[in-house]
Write a protein that binds this ligand. Sequence first.
Ligand code: CA
Length: 402
Amino acid sequence: MTTWVDGAEGSLFDVDNLPYGVFSLAGEEPRVGVRIGELVLDLAPVAAAEMLDAHHVFQERSLNALMAEGRLVRESVRRWITGLLTDETERDLVEPHLVPVADVTLHLPVEVADYVDFYASLDHASNVGRIFRPDQEPLLPNWRHLPVGYHGRAGTVVASGTPVTRPSGQHRGDDGPTYGPSTRLDIEAELGFVVGTPSELGSPVAYGAFADHVFGVVGLNDWSARDIQAWEYVPLGPFLGKSFATSISAWVTPLEALDAAWVDLPGQDPTPLPYLGPGDVQGLDIDVEVLLNGTVVSRPPYRTMYWSPAQMLAHITVNGASLRTGDLYASGTISGPERDQRGSFLELSWGGTEPFGAELWGDGRTFLEDGDEVVLRYTAPGTAGGRIALGEVSGVVEPARV
Ligand code: CA
């Protein structure tokens, strides 16, 4: 299956990718588009011209209406778009509605309902345990039995490109707590999963129903203030050290684009409880790159995670909590076993004690400085044999407003 769109074939945004986003042109309302190569297809006018049943969902300012249509519509819309972009006879209809990515403004693609952040990387959890609690076992007793997580702040999830203001708050001090801008501002390179199909209050969502409920995947940066976090997090977990901003990619990669990316995860010991779907646990073979001011400083591999996306979804709902369209849950920091695979600066600099990147920045770096730009990039095997890109996540740190 090849596309007639110039420049798209063989690119990271070939016709086997087709991520969705919300875009606008100057003076026009935001609406839903799909990316092909370096272009965005404006879906609403094409869907209206073809009298597609679901054409109204493309006129919305978020993907929620499209996502709420469910798995069958998600799959059939993808087939329809694939046909538009591969069938030469559609070219006259479609080509006038292709706009260069460079000419559009991209918006937060999802109206985020609830946001949950997990802690699903064994290497990350072990590293953080060693850094924060050096005299104890790195993993707490529950860690291998359930995907540990917390509810985050949906209202401060922002689109890639949104500047991040350095947060202020309480930090531990020798003579009691002090207040001021965080001096240990950090990133967490993660993947986010976006829910399309809701579930009924009181009824758990089975492990095997993952693809019926999850619409797609976003890149995600869980900005973290380590000094605020370290003082506040016991006993109830992350709070203001995390809630000031969470960035997601402007593009949502539909699950079908990742069909070739599923791999066996490293393995789970002990075997988790039955609701967590023991055996043949599958994750995604997604390569992540962390760039600081344009230079790659880490390459975390998502295939090394301990808990799978389906297990995290089953766990969110095992108590009967319902899903809503627009729910977002994130993997937790992706860190591999090697030093250059760590997905946070906390780990790359080992709690700030071992600056990294001395070959690039003289004394090396620990935590983020004002003006720093962080970009997270993600690629995965595509269904056509090459690779596809997921949406990247960028953000520049702005000074605290005190
Ligand atoms: Ca996190």
